[in-house]
Ligand binder design. Structure first.
Ligand SMILES: [Zn+2]
Length: 430
């Protein structure tokens, strides 16, 4: 099952030759047309024209999220070439967003990559995709939408939230695939359960394309159990077209990253030095086919590693492992480095734990984790709760080396987010 068999199975030497040709073109274009890159290359004392091999890439400077914000609104756009037809912004939290422009061919290429991803999961034109991501400035929904239409399936642009309506659409139009965030998928699984709906019997859902936030293997299992679907891990970022940068094939052992479009590096986030293949560090991407706004050595802040072994599915594009966190998300609690993902992964191993949790940092470095109990196990017996609380405390402590205060709370009592989940509240006075 391939959308573009030739490109997806291109032998490595040919793939790398294609990467080099596209890299040289990309570097030439930014050097000719983008003052920001002209200046950066000059400051770094490198001449983009002197690039000879893929390995020479490491001589070029990085591009960061701060550079994109500083270039707002349109400092990095290239207007020569095909028309710039679309604006998206990053889902930033504070201040000015990152403005991201797409040319006509970028829009088309983004849809092509999504089509590869969808077909790679076994999806066909007979599927019905209920797109529960946010439509608007965020790339998540629109880019997936265009790609799914390209495959030829019916797309329901449901957007996020309004679970009542989601369920109605799903029943009435026989949705077989959902595209959403892990936090909303977990919430929706709860909602469906409370409605007395058995997804295996009452719905036609088969697959979930889950992304936009990092999540753990345990969360994948919870979503699969709750909704009776196979979950496929999806990775992307608006700076690189949005979703469709990397996706799981049916093996579901790492996500194939489309290397004809993106050049992959893994670096040590502290020193910026490239790490040997297989080691875990920050993912750095260079866009190879973007026209309106190519980015060279863009620091994604996402933490992952490259899978070296070839995949049994036959695709030659390498895989990256599940994102274990964003280097921006890393919390320093009493001197220890803590990723919210590590805590989530521990919590989701307990069947007594529900689908929602919140990490609160308060006072002088006190970490409290509020954990919702699952409906099924909430018997209200105080001594059972105490025992569970102790077990969770011990497991989280063993994982992150910081002893948390665990607070068990009733199912449904923590705030629910319909877009990206807010898992950490940091009110420390340090
Ligand atoms: Zn594969």
């Amino acid at each position: 099952m391939f959308w573009d068999r030739e490109v997806e199975t291109l032998p490595r030497p040919e793939l790398e030759a294609l990467q080099l040709a596209r890299l040289l073109r990309t570097v030439r274009r930014v050097r000719e047309h983008v003052p920001f890159y002209q200046q950066r290359f000059r400051e770094a004392g490198v001449d983009g024209a002197a690039l000879r091999s893929l390995a020479d890439l490491r001589r070029l400077p990085f591009t960061t999220s701060a550079d994109l914000r500083a270039s707002y609104p349109d400092g990095l756009v290239i207007h020569t070439g095909d028309e710039v037809v679309r604006l998206h912004t990053s889902s930033g939290t504070t201040g000015k967003p990152k403005a991201l422009f797409f040319s006509r061919s970028d829009v088309n290429q983004a849809a092509e990559l999504i089509a590869r991803c969808l077909v790679m999961t076994g999806a066909t034109r007979q599927d019905v995709l209920q797109n529960m991501m946010t439509y608007g400035l965020f790339t998540g929904a629109l880019v997936m939408h265009y790609g799914a239409e390209k495959v030829g399936m019916l797309v329901i642009p449901a957007g996020p939230g309004n679970s009542e309506r989601q369920l109605m659409l799903m029943k009435d139009f026989g949705s077989t695939i959902i595209h959403t965030t892990p936090s909303y998928a977990l919430y929706f699984a709860d909602f469906v359960e409370r409605r007395g709906v058995d997804p295996r019997r009452d719905l036609k859902l088969r697959k979930g394309l889950i992304g936009a936030e990092p999540y753990s293997e345990e969360t994948r299992r919870k979503i699969e159990e709750g909704l009776g679907i196979e979950v496929y891990n999806s990775y992307g970022l608006s700076e690189m077209n949005g979703p469709g940068v990397a996706f799981e094939c049916r093996e579901r052992q790492g996500m194939h990253i489309w290397e004809d479009n993106y050049l992959v590096e893994i670096i040590d986030p502290d020193t910026g030095e490239p790490l040997p293949e297989g080691e875990t560090g920050e993912l750095v991407l260079t866009s190879l086919a973007r026209e309106a706004m190519p980015l060279v050595r863009y620091r994604t802040r996402d933490i992952t590693s490259v899978v070296a072994e070839p995949c049994p599915c036959g695709r030659t594009h390498r895989r990256v492992n599940r994102i274990t966190g964003r280097s921006d998300d890393m919390l320093i609690v009493r001197g220890a480095n803590v990723y919210p993902q590590q805590i989530e992964s521990v919590l989701m191993r307990f069947p007594e734990v529900g689908r929602n949790y919140l990490i609160r940092l308060e006072g002088l470095d006190e970490m409290t984790v509020q954990v919702e109990l699952s409906d099924a196990t909430f018997d209200g017996q105080f001594e059972h709760l105490l025992k569970l609380q102790e077990r969770i405390t011990e497991k989280v402590r063993a994982e992150v080396m910081v002893k948390p205060k665990i607070e068990l709370v009733a199912p449904g009592s923590l705030p629910v987010s319909e877009g990206k989940a807010k898992r950490v509240i940091d009110n420390r006075k340090l």
